[in-house]
Ligand binder design. Structure first.
Ligand SMILES: Cc1ncc(COP(=O)(O)O)c(C=O)c1O
Length: 373
């Protein structure tokens, strides 16, 4: 027995069941990134970075936001974001994962109840592991199930605030939540909404403000906007009433005891927001690619999601990975998604549609899929 034998054994167990992960360099035609508007490597964001450096913005913040790490670029971004999204305030943090775990572990209090969609992202689960309130899942997109859970909890004496967590556009399924029905339930039940708009912002809603754009000013709504997907950068913005932003700043341990994100990245995200606000032409081009994908994939028995995330259900893990590898060998960067990322028995290919590809690439992919499925 060596000190590392536990880790070796565990990795071997993962390998045996075909679940060992490895990082590879990006190659092939991009059907897997979340860079939906092709901003990540764009000339516009490169020159935003160079302009920011030229005017003296630092790559590093040097400390926590509450110490010396708070920079004009962070504050400027938060002001721009609150104005753009129509929320009372915004808070910039290092990643969407960090944002969700900060919000969920800090805002719900003892005596509250956290209800979450059964397919909610791992980062919300991470927050729930640290949360003061108990958690319960409800069936995917099932507003009545969430309402029943609140009613049962109230009947048993639950008198705090229910918090309902859901994604607007599901990252592995490409389907959309009944956002307005959740908002109506929250209104009736005195609940707070934790809305993860990670995959919709930039692509959906007026000026790309996402699928919860109409709810941002509400006092019972907290929304996650990630900056690493359609915005093409990294980090995340928490949109919330000012009192909740102040509470996160004062009580959120991972906010207080962590180095502030790079001011340079904040400056680039500011530019990205202004590009997104004026990107109707990009969104229209992406819409045409999505429609084309639907037309080419439907004859193969694949139900079009109508969105920029298109799952191809396979079921069995090893078959999924074999097909993904065969597609990669033909030059398509498509990943197989297996449990635990998705429920057992629902392994799938996740096709991501972005402006990094065009209709011709989609047609070639459909031909390859026809061969392999
Ligand atoms: C729905 C959802 N929420 C949150 C996150 C985390 O965001 P980030 O990649 O910025 O950490 C992701 C990213 O995978 C996501 O898909």
């Amino acid at each position: 027995m060596t000190v590392t034998s536990f880790y070796n054994d565990d990795l071997m167990r993962l390998e045996k069941v075909g679940r060992q992960r490895a990082m590879t360099l990006a190659s092939g035609c991009d059907f897997s990134s979340n860079d939906y508007l092709a901003l990540a490597g764009s000339a516009a964001l490169r020159s935003a970075a160079m302009d920011a450096l030229a005017r003296g913005v630092s790559p590093g913040s040097g400390g926590s936001r509450l110490l010396r790490g708070n920079c004009a670029e962070h504050l400027g971004l938060e002001t721009d974001a609150a104005r753009f999204f129509g929320s009372e305030s915004a808070l910039f943090v290092g990643s969407g994962f960090a944002a969700n775990s900060l919000v969920v572990s800090t805002l719900p209090q003892r005596g509250d109840l956290i209800l979450h969609d059964e397919l909610i992202h791992a980062s919300v689960h991470e927050g729930m592991r640290m949360a003061r309130a108990p958690c319960q899942k409800f069936a995917h997109n099932d507003v009545d199930a969430a309402a029943d859970a609140i009613a049962r909890w109230r009947a048993k004496g639950g008198c705090g605030t229910p918090w309902i967590a859901f994604e607007t556009l599901y990252s592995m399924d490409g389907n959309v939540a009944p956002v307005d029905d959740f908002a109506a339930l929250a209104e009736r039940a005195g609940a707070m909404l934790l809305i993860d708009d990670a995959h919709a912002v930039g692509v959906c809603g007026p000026e790309g403000r996402g699928l919860a754009a109409h709810l941002h000013g509400c006092e019972n709504v907290v929304t996650l906007v990630t900056c690493g997907k359609a915005l093409g950068c990294e980090g995340a913005l928490i949109l919330a009433p000012s009192v909740l932003r102040d509470f996160l700043v004062n009580r959120g341990r991972s906010f207080i005891f962590s180095t502030a994100p790079s001011p340079l990245i904040a400056a680039i995200v500011r530019e990205s927001l202004s590009i997104v606000a004026n990107a109707d032409e990009r969104r229209q081009r992406l819409r045409l690619i999505i429609e084309h994908a639907g037309e080419r994939l439907a004859p193969l028995g694949i139900t079009p999601s109508g969105m920029h995330i298109q799952p191809v259900p396979i079921g069995e893990d090893s078959r999924t990975m074999r097909i993904a590898e065969a597609l990669q060998a033909r030059g398509f960067d498509i990943r197989g998604i297996r449990p635990p990322t998705v429920p057992a028995g629902t392994a799938r290919l996740r096709i991501s549609l972005t402006l990094n590809i065009d209709e011709a690439a989609v047609s070639e992919l459909a031909t390859a899929l026809e061969d392999l499925l």
